[in-house]
Design a protein around this ligand. Structure first.
Ligand code: ACO
Length: 430
């Protein structure tokens, strides 16, 4: 039987249906595994586990393919905008002219956060990590916008909810930067589009105008599109897992921000810049650094390299590298870290250690160089990632909640602790 998998345990044979996606990805449907066999699966890191069906993003890691709603990422990065891409992710199709206009105008309408929330920033020290602040602030939004908690999920509301969140997160990110710099907040402007508005809130001041360079907008636009979604990664799975308990959207996304913060995930862009700075401080010797990794010296990793799914190349990294080089050239910035990054990549790609393990630059390897050129602090790089990922997270959260028969996420375990033993009173313990 073509669409059935057979499993033999001892002298018994069990059959399980095979499910197939539109791109012919195949999975063994083991929903009844435990019921039928009394066994569970054991898959640490969930590397072989399909936890949901999704029609949002497709990745073929072997071929280096990434598509949002069927459209190749390279085409979106060249022709689209972040706002348009967010619409595509949310609604499934590219917007018509009037739909895009209406959608874009909502970003302006919902850019403000409740005035009282400004006081929250006073509670954080200037050195507080902006991802911690962002996560707390997003969770706090649920207190100020309780009506958004009660999403009945008719499709017409989703765009507004997504826009509210994405737009407010942009304001929160810029305000947290201002707080860190000890400068007054700059409010969002109705006449500026999504990315220029963000740059203005970040870098203009009462006594300083900020000239919004089209090249900078273009570079950020590309980064935001490339970061907007990436199917069931650690952050997105977290959003889905938290949301599967019917936790509200803000709580779910706040948890996603925390997951993304990790250095093995979206926090890697910050770590890449720190790694490159360290190599620079130590004289710029990339071969010595590679040797350190090969020797497994204190678990050193080449940050921004390797991926759970991509085993050929990460298509996003290619685009970002080209954008980083072009931006620095246009701005006339001579960043020694870009040279070190290029040397490091070239050296690593020649080494058997990386070739055998199929380790290539990922989305985080060159993005930090772009943020540096723009003047965005190193520790804010994961925040930039999170701002863009909002579009994917809301889309994935909604898809999860709309799935018929959606169940709470509740994995099993293989218990390896003590078997049953008696309680011993404290005076008798040896
Ligand atoms: N530097 C050195 N060695 C590495 C690296 C790296 N960046 N990545 C993987 N390896 C090695 C592992 O040590 C392992 O070696 P072994 O088989 O000899 O034990 C082998 O390659 C396989 O790696 P795993 O850790 O099993 O791969 P996994 O899929 O679990 O992890 C991950 C993927 C977390 C991305 C990993 O490659 C990594 O830590 N990279 C660096 C951090 C990073 O850039 N993260 C961002 C990823 S993109 C994103 O999340 C947005």
């Amino acid at each position: 039987m073509k669409n059935t998998a057979k499993l033999i345990i001892g002298d018994k044979e069990y059959k399980f249906p095979i499910v197939e996606g539109t791109e012919h990805e195949k999975g063994i449907d083991i929903r009844n595994l435990r019921l039928q066999t009394g066994h569970t699966t054991y898959d640490p890191g969930l590397a072989n586990t399909g936890a949901c069906e999704s029609s949002i993003t497709f990745i073929d890691g072997e071929k280096g393919i990434l598509r949002y709603r069927g459209i190749p990422i390279e085409q979106l990065a060249t022709h689209s905008t972040f706002v348009e891409t967010a619409y595509l992710l949310l609604y499934g199709n590219l917007p018509k002219k009037n739909q895009l206009k209406d959608f874009s105008s909502k970003f302006t309408l919902h850019a403000m956060i409740h005035e009282d929330m400004k006081n929250f920033f006073d509670g954080y020290p200037a050195w507080g990590h902006p991802m911690g602040i962002l996560s707390s602030m997003v969770c706090s939004l649920s207190a100020y916008y309780p009506e958004l908690e009660k999403i009945e999920i008719p499709k017409k509301d989703i765009g507004t909810i997504a826009v509210e969140l994405i737009s407010k997160v942009r304001t929160i990110a810029a305000f947290s930067y201002k707080k860190k710099m000890g400068e007054p907040f700059v409010y969002p402007r109705a006449d500026l589009k999504f990315i220029p508005n963000f740059l203005n809130m970040m870098f203009s001041s009462t006594n300083r105008d900020y000239k919004i360079e089209p090249e900078v907008v273009h570079a950020l636009q590309t980064l935001f599109i490339l970061h907007a979604d990436h199917e069931q990664n650690c952050g997105t799975s977290t959003v889905r897992i938290v949301g599967s308990s019917w936790a509200n959207l803000f709580a779910s996304i706040s948890a996603g921000i925390c997951a993304l913060w990790g250095p093995l995930h979206g926090g890697a862009n910050q770590r890449v810049t720190e790694m490159l700075e360290k190599i620079q401080r130590n004289g710029g010797n990339v071969d010595k650094f590679i040797q350190k990794i090969k020797n497994r010296d204190s678990n050193t990793k080449l940050m921004g390299f390797g991926h759970r799914v991509y085993k050929n190349h990460d298509p996003r990294a290619k685009v970002i590298k080209a954008r980083a080089t072009a931006l620095l050239e246009k701005l006339g910035v001579d960043d020694p870290l870009l040279k070190i990054a290029i040397k490091l990549e070239e050296a690593a790609l020649k080494e058997d250690f990386f070739i055998e393990r199929k380790l290539y630059p990922n989305v985080d390897f060159y993005s930090g160089i772009i943020y540096r050129a723009i003047g965005i602090p190193t520790d804010m790089a994961p925040v930039m990632f999170a701002m863009a990922r909002m579009a994917g997270w809301v889309s994935q959260w909604v898809e999860m909640r709309e799935t018929p028969g959606m169940r709470i996420s509740r994995p099993r375990q293989i218990y390896t602790g003590e078997t049953e033993r008696d309680y011993i009173p404290v005076e008798k313990r040896k």
